[in-house]
Design a protein around this ligand. Structure first.
Ligand code: SF4
Length: 327
């Protein structure tokens, strides 16, 4: 059966963009395929200076958020990347066969490098670590958003090259296929850019109702609704996108009708959204509180996940070393 691999950066709590754009999809997939979810701390140390204690705390908080959201350790494998050292060993090996031009062409590299005075080699080689993450488990499927397709294509190029050079006529590494995430990208509360912690336009999954309302109330809506009596255009409004994610189909229909007829003002519409969000988020917040009260339980899940992944990774590296004369 096809194996799925996906990673998420330990940025602390999940926000709604991660949850709706990635994690809910993993929760759907986890019962259908062997699924590995990796908290990618090696990726998180590349671009900005960080405090080691904060990184440790964020890793744990991300594990709590994922488990509370519905990642089920009975059917999915959840672990922290640095607990499986083979990721970096395979990355070094893949570095030796990755064309520099391919790395320099990566849009995310060009974008991030253009915003930094000094660019470290890790930023350039980041996609090679991603390729190593995926190939280490010989994963067939990688759930991605469209902005990650170029990196995944690089993983496919690297897999093909390694197979041609060392595969002995066999496709040892499957070329990983994208599983495009069904939810289109979630915009931030400013309505300007994708929801992202670094842009400060997020709602965290575990925020309280009051904290969410304080962010939702001033959130940008359809600019055409200048007066309360102006009819709106739900399709251009981020609040409507969130309704489609959290509200029942009948309620979404009602939002559309009330918006286009100016029956509701935007604050009314946001209050309805807040109630709908509560229906899904209150049980998640409750589970997170329970998990935070049992840190040993979270450690146990991560240790079991790392142990299962290490067994696969060690076998892959034994095969790779043997085929490359490194054993
Ligand atoms: Fe957006 Fe709702 Fe306002 Fe319409 S009524 S513009 S959907 S917030």
């Amino acid at each position: 059966m096809s194996r799925i691999f996906s990673g998420i950066q330990p940025s602390g709590e999940l926000h709604l963009g991660n949850y709706l754009g990635a994690v809910k999809n993993w929760i759907q997939l986890q019962g259908q395929h062997p699924t590995i979810i990796c908290i990618v701390d090696y990726h998180a140390i590349i671009t900005v200076p960080y405090d080691p204690d904060v990184l440790r705390a964020r890793r744990r908080e991300m594990a709590v958020s994922l488990l509370a959201a519905g990642i089920d350790p009975e059917v999915a494998t959840l672990y922290v990347q640095s607990a499986v050292r083979e990721h970096t060993e395979l990355q070094w090996i893949l570095n030796t066969i990755t064309p520099l031009g391919e790395l320099e062409r990566q849009t995310q590299f060009k974008d991030k490098a253009s915003r930094q005075e000094s660019v470290n080699a890790g930023l350039l080689n980041y996609p090679v670590l991603q390729a190593a993450d995926i190939l280490l488990y010989r994963a067939d499927l990688v759930p991605v958003g469209e902005d990650q397709l170029q990196h995944l294509e690089l993983s496919r190029v690297v897999a093909r090259r390694w197979n041609a050079m060392y595969g002995r006529g066999e496709d040892y590494f499957p070329e990983p296929q994208p599983l495009l995430t069904p939810t289109r990208r979630i915009m931030g509360l400013d309505g300007q850019a994708k929801m992202s912690k670094s842009l400060g336009n997020t709602i965290a999954l575990l925020e309280s109702r009051d904290e969410i309302w304080a962010k939702l109330r001033p959130a940008v809506t359809d600019p055409a609704r200048v007066r309360r009596t102006d009819p709106g255009h739900p399709e251009v409004c981020n609040i409507y996108t969130l309704h489609k994610a959290f509200s029942a189909p009948d309620a979404v229909k009602q939002v559309y009708e009330q918006c286009t007829s100016a029956g509701w003002g935007c604050v009314d519409c946001k209050k309805v959204l807040l109630d709908a969000m509560d229906g899904e988020l209150v049980p998640i917040r409750r589970r997170a509180e329970e998990l935070r009260a049992q840190p040993a339980r979270v450690d146990e899940v991560l240790a079991a996940g790392a142990s299962a992944c290490r067994a696969i990774a060690q076998q892959t590296m034994a095969d790779v070393r043997e085929r490359m004369g490194l054993d």
